[in-house]
Write a protein that binds this ligand. Sequence first.
Ligand code: THU
Length: 127
Amino acid sequence: MDGYELSKKMKENSYCPYSNFRVGACVEFEDGSLVGGCNVENASYGLTICAERIAICNAISLGKDLKRATNLYIATDSDILTPPCGACLQVMVEFFDDINVILVGTKTHKAFKLSELLLNKFSKDNL
Ligand code: THU
């Protein structure tokens, strides 16, 4: 299974009774290994966690070195490509170097550099 396939498959596990918007994400590493995640919503809407952040936390929990990540895939059931929200971009720049972020829709996909999606990052270097 490749990153496209796993990100699509992770959508099946999405817990999204409020938005009905399924999102799957997958981090791919230099060695080809993959770690996935899906969005998890809550009746207290603000506690919702996006698929990207779940995938990142899963990878950390598994002991992965996120500096060896090469690609992050984000899949939805929409033909409009879904970029990561600001909160997820901030979490991504905490852990990743300038990886490829690949938006996967039903009909097309498109790759961006993380630095294109978050041009000026706030990081430990600012502190
Ligand atoms: N969502 C994600 O999981 N990732 C994104 O990049 C955008 C939004 C989720 C959060 C919520 O469960 C649903 O999509 C609608 O906002």
